[in-house]
Design a protein around this ligand. Sequence first.
Ligand SMILES: Nc1ncnc2c1ncn2[C@@H]1O[C@H](COP(=O)(O)OP(=O)(O)OP(=O)(O)O)[C@@H](O)[C@H]1O
Ligand SMILES: [Mg+2]
Length: 252
Amino acid sequence: MPPAIELFHVAKSYPLYRSLSAGFKHFLLHLPRSLQDLRAPRHLALRDITLSIAPGEAVGFIGGNGAGKSTLLGLMAGVLSPTTGRITVRGRVCPLLELGAGFHFELTGRDNILLNGVLLGLTRTEIQARLEAIVAYAELEAFIDQPIRTYSSGMLARLGFAVAAHLDPEILLVDETLAVGDARFQKKCQATMAAFRQAGVTLVLVSHNMDDVRAVCSRAIWLDRGQVRLDGDPTTVIDAYLQETSHAPAGP
Ligand SMILES: Nc1ncnc2c1ncn2[C@@H]1O[C@H](COP(=O)(O)OP(=O)(O)OP(=O)(O)O)[C@@H](O)[C@H]1O
Ligand SMILES: [Mg+2]
């Protein structure tokens, strides 16, 4: 079977924005130079990543803040495009990216479920048929007709995961958001991900919670400043990562 996800020499850079600290007049007076300054510096969030994920694999990405994990997931979800390199994804992707991504804050929970379902390719009837199950899973019955701007971050995470979990994903991408759910909901998500794994769904999980990665994943990949530092079984990779962070000096 061909890989579910393939990255071939993928790099992603973002422009670095300079503030107009010297003032707008200075900016205009030195226009050619200023424009060059604005354009030139770029931050390489991912450098030369080549990896493939087989169908049914459950892969956890770990690494420090800013290592490039969310960028990588954004590329897999197709919401970002690589600066160089190639990425191929085979199968129906259900992304669960940053908190509230893909949601409209003025709409109610119910309308957001409908909207997301349509965006992910289901018909209105198909979504209607699952609506009650989604609401019950999220345990948001009492709030489902409120605009989601009134939701707490944990409630948003519940809604997001409930939607993604009920749309027959072949590939489920989960970024961090689960961390804001309460302990009971986190357990529920873990159980759902384990069931997906049993069913052969490809899982990609980004997490700072090593217990989640251990519980859910068959493989872990440590990203370090935009590069793959270690790729292997979760125990080995997590141990190496924790070993290094325990020696690192505490932050500023
Ligand atoms: N939209 C953007 N514009 C500019 N730079 C960005 C953007 N998104 C991310 N970056 C930069 O890319 C790098 C990688 O960011 P990313 O969000 O992928 O890290 P991460 O591993 O998910 O970190 P965290 O653990 O904090 O979530 C960071 O240096 C960040 O500043
Ligand atoms: Mg992130």
